[in-house]
Design a protein around this ligand. Structure first.
Ligand code: ZN
Length: 170
């Protein structure tokens, strides 16, 4: 299911509690504007296709890494359920050196259920959700390049374990 609320979230104010403002450095830092978004970056969670990796687990792991909240803007579960974790123009925490000019979308999976190696494990529901999301984001940010994490310079990971640039040409 697509959260139809998400295209409206640009410019919505996030309520930060006082303590968070005082204690956390990365408290909802915003990009300068829609023109700041140069890349729509697709990731995988690098978890096995036969294992659940819930929003709660993702949140816990990203907090452990010192992030304020989940580093991706959007997360797609294996059943195609989409959740949003940062406002679209909020600076994310998903790709070193490019967080101020990109939106991060992550799908649950990316590792084979049989041998745990990098693999395109997207379910039909995830493929559909990802296509819809990228279509909407492309409408909002027509100049932003759609690519995979591994397509950015200096990235040695297999993430997101499929060819994003050839698949999503809007
Ligand atoms: Zn990645």
């Amino acid at each position: 299911m697509i959260d139809y609320h998400f295209p409206l979230s640009i410019g919505e104010e996030e309520t930060l509690n006082e303590r968070r403002l005082l204690t956390e450095v990365e408290s909802g830092l915003m990009m300068n504007g829609p023109e700041s978004v140069r890349f729509l970056v697709v990731h995988c969670s690098a978890t096995r296709a036969d294992r659940d990796y819930t929003v709660e687990q993702l949140l816990r792991d990203h907090k452990t890494r010192g992030f304020r909240t989940i580093g991706y803007h959007l997360y797609i579960r294996r059943n195609g359920e989409v959740t949003q974790h940062r406002r679209l123009l909020e600076v994310g925490a998903h790709v070193r050196g490019y967080n101020r000019c990109s939106i991060g979308i992550c799908y649950e999976g990316g590792l084979s259920a049989t041998d745990g190696k990098p693999a395109d494990t997207r379910t039909p529901e995830q493929k559909q959700a990802l296509r819809e999301l990228l279509g909407k984001l492309h409408t909002l940010f027509p100049k932003a390049l759609i690519l995979g994490h591994c397509d950015l310079p200096g990235v040695k990971k297999a993430c997101p374990c499929f060819q994003v640039m050839s698949e999503y040409t809007f």
